[in-house]
Design a protein around this ligand. Structure first.
Ligand SMILES: [Zn+2]
Ligand SMILES: [Zn+2]
Length: 244
């Protein structure tokens, strides 16, 4: 597996995904994923779990079927001040935090200034490691401001495979632009499947094609190295990923 990390996946707990945590881990193990992020939607998304779901991850082992599990959430940006829908002390305890804008948690609008403000403010939150599917045309932004802020705050920009094949139609142009800006500014990106069933885990084919088209340097794709990714979390972000 060239890119043995998938940090954005959902389980049945999200309410609109179809496989369990165990099924996801098993499938990941079979295809050669070494580190799997399980990042169910945080509570303001319809059908998503109560905060206790995220608070009780300690019930789970660090490795399942030989795959290192990182327990986190795809939190919703809930306002233009960049607030998220998980309590701060819980955010701190999660292994991995993605922040994303979703319809209908935020009303779709074409005001680039406002959307950008929401994301940039969320990036001031030290618990945010990844900005999810920021190329979504439902929430147009100033892409350059996003990438510069990612550089300043050392946050990974996600290139989300599902944005090209399943949802968020029209993301491809914006995602290519964001990736190109990341290349120009030396900002690392992360490939994510955003799988809502195990069968899409580790599939980054469409995202890789976009990166190929802009000749993205390999060293800016953090999925290529489990060592670099774990150092990003532990050394650069100060996370303690304890053995269990
Ligand atoms: Zn999302
Ligand atoms: Zn997602």
């Amino acid at each position: 597996m060239k890119y043995p990390i998938d940090m954005h996946t959902h389980t049945i707990a999200s309410g609109h995904a179809y496989t369990t945590l165990l099924e996801n881990a098993k499938y990941a193990s079979e295809i050669g994923i070494e580190i799997l992020g399980t990042t169910d939607h945080a509570p303001s998304m319809q059908g998503s779990p109560h905060i206790w779901y995220f608070d009780n991850y300690k019930a789970l082992p660090r490795k399942i079927y030989g795959v290192t599990m990182l327990y986190g959430s795809e939190a919703n940006i809930i306002d233009y001040d960049g607030n998220l829908d998980l309590p701060e002390d819980l955010q701190e305890r999660l292994d991995i935090m993605i922040a994303s804008m979703h319809d209908p948690i935020m009303k779709p609008n074409c005001d680039r200034d406002l959307n950008t403000r929401a994301i940039l403010k969320a990036m001031d939150n030290k618990n945010v490691h990844i900005i999810g599917h920021s190329g979504n045309p439902t929430f147009p932004i100033h892409e350059e401001a996003l990438v510069k802020k990612a550089k300043e705050k050392n946050i990974l920009i996600e290139i989300n495979n599902s944005s090209f094949v399943r949802s968020r139609i029209g993301s491809d142009k914006t995602c290519a632009k964001i990736a190109r800006l990341c290349k120009e500014n030396g900002v690392r990106i992360i490939l994510d499947s955003d799988a809502h069933s195990c069968f899409r885990i580790g599939n980054f084919d469409a995202a890789i094609k976009v990166l190929k088209d802009i000749d993205m340097p390999e060293e800016l794709i953090i999925n290529r190295s489990t060592k670099e990714f774990m150092e990003f979390l532990t050394k650069e972000k100060g996370k303690v990923i304890e053995e269990r």
